[in-house]
Structures are given as structure tokens and as C-alpha cells.
Write a protein that binds this ligand. Structure first.
Ligand SMILES: [Fe+2]
Length: 459
């Protein structure tokens, strides 16, 4: 009978609705739990910032492409609701209607599950650009777009330029590194690129630390192209501290040229920028393969200048931290080809010296190569003074600006207060090693800097 059947049907339907509701509630709760930061991964001083992705593009970064005169790579992040993303670019003329002439590039999207959340990383490379031209770009999709951001492509041939070099950022990125990267930008807003010598963060899989790195650099990361080399802290480690592989964050957040040895794409690579070859080596692995590759890349360098970066220094600035393989395998190649600057990190102190060995039986006493170790973040190690150092410091956050000209370059290392702490001219001499000419500094050499503005009781 219809009346008798109605109750069970209603009951069944009601039960089904309750089950569906309960299931939805369970999924929602699980979603909420999944969206929460895993407490075990939080740094001890976690200030409860929310770096979770949304549909709006964030963590926008320009990465130097293989030919920065005609191409430019951009990477950004959203939540996973964005599966189709675009980058638009236009010549940046003074008219606000410049954006009527944009070109659109479809991004390649990767989904990255990290210890905080799931995020979508989008990468696009603008191609067919004019050398030495000012462009504006934006990234996004649907109603979610970034602002229009300006950058300038490199010239097709040699032209004077400058770049910024930052040693390890690594710790206290938001609270302490921000002042270093921002001071560097204010000093050289027209820099062609920013070179990061590894250990950009402390824990390779910690999304929160990457959030701080992007927050500290803010629009600088999206306005000046980056060149970065991986440090040991960009590696995932097992419970014994052994490196087991480069963090997936590296290839999700950066995209550098794939002209290096197979398996080291985006880690070991070179970029020819306006008359200079900039080479990144990954000093964490595969030393012999990279040595062979480096020999070829330096021998075939058509540019006037050669700058090499890797994380573990040829000569350490600290006690018991010498990397013997880098010293024995890579240094002879760097000296043989008279590389102009070798820009390194890892030791959390400052040291700069030319390759003028004190040992009388040294066969490479006159290559003229300048080796630098620098640190831009807050973590500091004691300095172990060594004969190779012409200038050194400890307990000092520094950034460097290098101005490159046809026959010489000017190198300056600055404190975060803007004082010149180290400076020299490197003079090119045809057929002979570079000559180094000291420049005046604002402050005398002081090995260990302490806060002298307040008394001990006030620190
Ligand atoms: Fe390191």
C-alpha cells in the first residue's frame, strides 16, 4: 500500500541523506586536518604566518633563461584549483594601454605535495623577446592575476652591467634576511640578475621557510631574474643526516637551463649574460662528471668574462670544513681557465682572496682567479683566518654588487647598513692573469662585528 510504503522509503532516504551528510562531514574534517601545518615540521619560533596557497598567484619568481636576451622564465604558485595558468607579456611603453598588445603563454603546471599543503607550481618561458628591451608581464588565470611587473632583457652582445651576489640566506629569512636582500636591491635596482650561492633555506622540505624567503624578497624576486645553485640544505636527508636527493621544491620553484650533464639539469648549467658566462655547479654530488663538463664549458666560452658559483667553497673560511674534492678536482680547472670570480657560500663567514698561493711550489700561483665566500643571512660561524684571505669578516651579514665593464670589473661587498666593507677592481690583462687593485672601503677591517650601539646590559 502506498501509505505503508511511504514511511520506509522516507526512512531509507533520510538514512541515506544522513550517511551522505556524515561522509561529507568526515571528508571536510579530513580536508581541514590536511590543510593544517604538520606541527612536527614547524620551526620552534613559528610565528603563525599563513603561507598556504590560494587561487591568486604568489611566490612569483623570474629565473634566468639560457639566452636571457631573447627569453625569460617565470614561475609562480597557486592552490590546486588552478590547473590551467597563463603568463602574458607586452612591451612596456609608457602608455597604460601597453597591455593591449600582450602575448599569452600557457604554463606547464606541476602539483607539489609538501609538508604543509598541496600546491600547484606553474612555469612559463617567454620566448622571441627583443634584446635590451623593457617588458611587462603578469601571471594568472580566470579572475586571478598578478600585477603587471616590469623587467629588462639582456643585451645580445657585451654591454656593461651589474649583478648582485648573495651568500647563504638560510635562517631567520623573514626576520633577518629581508634587510639584506632589500638593501641589495636598493643599492642596485638595475642589476641584471641576483646570484644566490646555495642554502636559500634551512630545511629543504619546509614550505614555511620557502614562504619566508619569498616574503622577504617580495617583489624583488619577480622583478630581477635569479640564478641559484643548490646548497646542502636544499637536499632531503635521511634520519642519519645523509643526503638522499634534491628537494622537489628546487625544480618546482626554479627552472634553470638544462645544458648541464644529464641528471643535473637546472643545477649544473651555464647562462651567457651580456658578454659573461655564468656557470652553476652542484657541489653536493657528481664531482667528476661536472669537472669534465666544466672543462668543456670554460674551454668553449666565447664571452669576455667567466663567473662560477657553487655552494661548498674551494677554500673554507671556517675550521674543519674544507671540502677536499672541490679543492682537488675543481680548483685546477677554474685556475687553468683563469675564471674571473668564483662566488660561494656554506661557511657563514666572509673571506675573499685571489689565487696567489703562499706555497712556493704551487703550480697555479698566478691564475688571478678571485675566490669569495659570503653570507647574507643570520647564521654565523667563527672565522678561521687563513693565508689565502685578503679580506675577511665574521658575524656580519653582507651582500655584494659587481659592476662589469669591458676591461675591468668593480666588486663591492656591503654591510646591511650600506657601508663598503670590501672593494676592488679586477683588471683584465690580455694574455696575463687579472690584476687586482684595492679600492677604499668605508670601514676598517674588523674580523668580528658586535653590536656597538648598545651596552652589554641593553643587548
Ligand atoms: Fe651549506
Amino acid at each position: 500500500m502506498p501509505a505503508q510504503n511511504a514511511a520506509p522509503n522516507f526512512f531509507n532516504r533520510n538514512l541515506a541523506m544522513k550517511k551522505t551528510f556524515a561522509l561529507s562531514l568526515f571528508i571536510f574534517a579530513m580536508g581541514l586536518l590536511a590543510a593544517q601545518p604538520a606541527e612536527k615540521n614547524l620551526p620552534p619560533d613559528f610565528p603563525q604566518f599563513d603561507f598556504r596557497p590560494s587561487a591568486r598567484p604568489d611566490r612569483i619568481l623570474l629565473a634566468c633563461a639560457e639566452d636571457p636576451a631573447t627569453a625569460q622564465t617565470v614561475i609562480w604558485r597557486t592552490d590546486t584549483s588552478i590547473r590551467e595558468a597563463y603568463a602574458e607579456i607586452a612591451r612596456a611603453d609608457p602608455s597604460p594601454e601597453f597591455d593591449e598588445y600582450e602575448r599569452k603563454f600557457r604554463a606547464e603546471t606541476k602539483v607539489l605535495l609538501n609538508d604543509f599543503a598541496v600546491a600547484a607550481y606553474h612555469q612559463a618561458t617567454f620566448t622571441g623577446l627583443q634584446p635590451g628591451a623593457l617588458y611587462a608581464y603578469r601571471v594568472g588565470s580566470g579572475p586571478y592575476w598578478s600585477e603587471w611587473i616590469q623587467f629588462r632583457t639582456a643585451e645580445a652582445a657585451f654591454q656593461p652591467f651589474s649583478f648582485i651576489y648573495m651568500g647563504d640566506a638560510q635562517n631567520d629569512l623573514y626576520s633577518h634576511w629581508a634587510r639584506a636582500i632589500r638593501a641589495a636591491y636598493c643599492r642596485a635596482p638595475g642589476a641584471g640578475f641576483i646570484l644566490h650561492a646555495g642554502d636559500l633555506i634551512n630545511h629543504s622540505q619546509n614550505d614555511y621557510e620557502w614562504g619566508e624567503w619569498f616574503e622577504a624578497g617580495s617583489f624583488i624576486h619577480r622583478s630581477i631574474p635569479s640564478i641559484a645553485t643548490p646548497g646542502n640544505h636544499e637536499y632531503i636527508k635521511d634520519t642519519l643526516g645523509n643526503k638522499i636527493g634534491l628537494s622537489p621544491f628546487w625544480n618546482a620553484q626554479f627552472q634553470f637551463p638544462d645544458n648541464g650533464p644529464p641528471g643535473l639539469e637546472g643545477q649544473c648549467y651555464y647562462i651567457d649574460y651580456q658578454g659573461a658566462r655564468i656557470i652553476s655547479l652542484n657541489s653536493n654530488q657528481d664531482y667528476e662528471v661536472q669537472a669534465e663538463w666544466l672543462e668543456k664549458v670554460l674551454a668553449g666560452n666565447p664571452n669576455r668574462w667567466a663567473f662560477v658559483t657553487f655552494h661548498h667553497p674551494v677554500r673554507s673560511t671556517s675550521k674543519d670544513r674544507q671540502h677536499q674534492t672541490v679543492l682537488s678536482l675543481w680548483k685546477p680547472i677554474l685556475d687553468k681557465h683563469r675564471v674571473d670570480l668564483v662566488l660561494q657560500g656554506h661557511d657563514h663567514a666572509y673571506g675573499r682572496g685571489q689565487n696567489l698561493e703562499t706555497s712556493p711550489d704551487s703550480s697555479d700561483a698566478s691564475s688571478g682567479t678571485v675566490y669569495v665566500v659570503s653570507v647574507s643571512g643570520a647564521k654565523m660561524y667563527p672565522l678561521a683566518e687563513q693565508p689565502w684571505m685578503s679580506r675577511a669578516a665574521e658575524n656580519t651579514q653582507l651582500y655584494q654588487v659587481v659592476e662589469v665593464f669591458m676591461d675591468h670589473l668593480i666588486y663591492r661587498s656591503y654591510t646591511t647598513g650600506g657601508e663598503v666593507y670590501d672593494a676592488f677592481i679586477l683588471l683584465k690583462r690580455p694574455g696575463r692573469p687579472n690584476e687586482i687593485l684595492p679600492l677604499p672601503t668605508d670601514i676598517q677591517e674588523e674580523r668580528r662585528f658586535i653590536n656597538t650601539l648598545v651596552g652589554p646590559d641593553e643587548r
